[in-house]
Design a protein around this ligand. Sequence first.
Ligand code: PGA
Length: 262
Amino acid sequence: MSRKPIFAANWKMNKGASETEDFIKSFLSKTQGLNLPADIVIAPPFISLPKLATLLHESNPVDNAHAIQIAAQNCSQFDSGAYTGEVSVMMLREFYVHYVILGHSERRAIFGETDAIINAKIKKARETNLKPIFCIGETLEEREAGKLEEVLRTQITEGLKDISEKDLSDIVIAYEPVWAIGTGVTASSEQAQDAHAFVRSVIADLYGTDPAAKIRIQYGGSVKPANAAELMACPDIDGALIGGAALEPQSFIEIIKNGTPV
Ligand code: PGA
């Protein structure tokens, strides 16, 4: 089963509109003519989405800009109304947003998002055909307590509750061990591969072997140019969700290049 790798830059709360413009101009000039056989996604803060959309799709529709797709870092589970501070999926669609990161451990831990909220957001995203990048992962305490599989199985089962097989085919899973996020500590390729194989087996339990073989599972957590090749060579790892190392164009490009041998 060949799955196209997908590399997504999660900028978190970094880069307003002007820094977004600097990054994109540099990224596009450095990737001109390069063959990068992967889906490339950038998730800026909400406030920078209009600038990113303009740069990628309106000012320059026929060059290599089409290679990059836009993600939001979150969305509301509601359509509209009295939800101060929230952004709806319809608003995101106006800016050519194709993906939305949901269930990130920072949203779970800092902003109290539960599996049920994440499930509601995944359903709302699918109503407008947004593709969720659905994040799951265990804390160090959970791993050390031998609860890795239990935690992942619960997050997957609850997060994907009542999601159809058809909708699943537009979902990307990101396995991100919480202890590896922003810490410089990466899971070893064995640890990552074992977790990815387990995630795929849970999808097989829920949906059958064919959807499980097709779903793309990214690894996230301190991915950098130096470790991308080894991680991406694992049979069940289909790309990466990258925070810190995707803030610089060259470093993001090196990760994609190293992770997609041609
Ligand atoms: P990191 O973040 O690459 O900085 O560890 C990954 C993520 O949080 O998605």
